[in-house]
Design a protein around this ligand. Structure first.
Ligand SMILES: [Mn+2]
Length: 353
């Protein structure tokens, strides 16, 4: 853990006009957390605008307050006292990065282990299952703003997103008790689940068919991967949540310790997402390619064409797997504390949980 939430609360009290932003390829944790915080700050009499570095897909529509959210564009001019960057480090804010480097005070709130913590005030807690968990704590214990049904729904969506609806190894009694509080304040678990999982267009589900056709597995059965090409995607915008939906196929195979998804972003730009279990460190693997994330969920973006990036990553990943096992058999590796469960939410890097 770096920084302090009290320091963050202090900085928030000191300023009046805020811009809240998050990572490119937004997910329910980043957007739900941002909207809940926006409402809390408005309740304190502050002026707040949420600006997303990427467009928000239709499936974010159910989040209360999402209509007020802007998407970064050339002609958007900001006149704020401070920017709150949440669910990532400032470098991952896409088109907002130049503004964040312009000297405006930055307050950073995050739960990604790879975030060193920067800015005027920051709080990075990798033990938090979601940024939503930290925002809940900030609002209730430090800012002392009463929760509303809208805040509860946004925070519940945040927790749901990053815990795979309370299935991943980051789900613990603290997360469940916060979720329980949020339900008391009006969050509706069934409704959130319907929006997250049963709200797709036919074309999206149809695309899963094309993606599943690319599913492959290593000879040992420990590594499996799926590939999404630009031809497959067409004009479609993909969110972190949708990516999560595809990587679940290689990860659901019994023998697989490392699931990988390759996404062709541009002719020479490939997004790679990793999900692991049994002590295989996905964030270290992603780090070898300039990415990052959590132990069991990480990602990176490689400036190479799809096939080249794929060959490179698969070769490196096979070595990492092999060395992890030789270490473990020599007694250096230790036991997977999380047993056979896959870790945290969506991807860091660009679609990190
Ligand atoms: Mn998150």
């Amino acid at each position: 853990m770096v920084g302090s939430l009290e320091q963050v609360a202090y900085a928030i009290r000191a300023y009046n006009k805020f811009l809240i932003t998050w990572h490119v390829d937004p997910d329910p944790d980043s957007v739900g957390s941002g909207l809940a915080l926006q409402e809390a700050l408005q309740a304190m009499g502050k002026e707040v605008i949420c600006v997303s570095p990427d467009p928000l897909g239709d499936w974010f529509d159910f989040l209360p307050g999402v209509d007020s959210c802007r998407v970064i564009s050339q002609d958007l001019i900001f006149a704020v006292d401070a920017v709150i960057v949440e669910d990532c480090e400032p470098d991952r804010c896409g088109g907002l990065v130049p503004y964040l480097q312009s000297g405006v005070p930055v307050i950073n709130i995050d739960h990604h282990e790879t975030n060193p913590g920067t800015g005027q005030a920051f709080y990075i807690n990798p033990k938090a299952a979601a940024t939503g968990e930290i925002i809940y704590q900030l609002i209730t214990e430090h800012l002392h703003v009463p929760l509303t049904e809208a805040m509860a729904t946004n925070l519940y969506a945040a927790l749901s997103g990053d815990t795979g609806t309370f299935r991943y190894s980051n789900t613990n009694s603290r997360v469940l008790s916060i979720a329980s509080e949020l339900v008391k304040y009006g969050a509706d678990p069934a409704e959130v689940a319907v929006h997250l999982y049963e709200n797709r267009a036919y074309e999206e589900v149809d695309m899963v068919r094309a993606a599943l056709d690319t599913l492959e597995i290593s000879p040992s059965g420990e590594m499996s991967w799926i590939t999404v090409t630009r031809t497959m995607l067409g004009e479609r915008q993909w969110s972190g949540q949708q990516s999560e939906d595809l990587i679940k196929y290689p990860r659901m195979i019994r023998t697989v310790k490392l699931a990988i998804m390759f996404r062709e972003l541009k002719p020479a730009r490939t997004k790679v997402s990793f999900r692991s279990r049994d002590n295989i460190d996905a964030s270290k693997l992603a780090g070898l390619f300039g990415g990052g994330g959590h132990m069991y969920a990480a990602g990176c973006t490689i400036d190479k064409p799809l096939q080249e990036a794929k060959a490179l990553v698969l070769e490196t990943a096979a070595k990492v797997l092999a060395s992890a096992y030789s270490n473990q058999s020599e007694g250096k590796g230790g036991e997977g504390q999380d047993g056979r469960h896959f870790g945290a939410s969506q991807t860091p890097g660009d679609d990190l949980p």
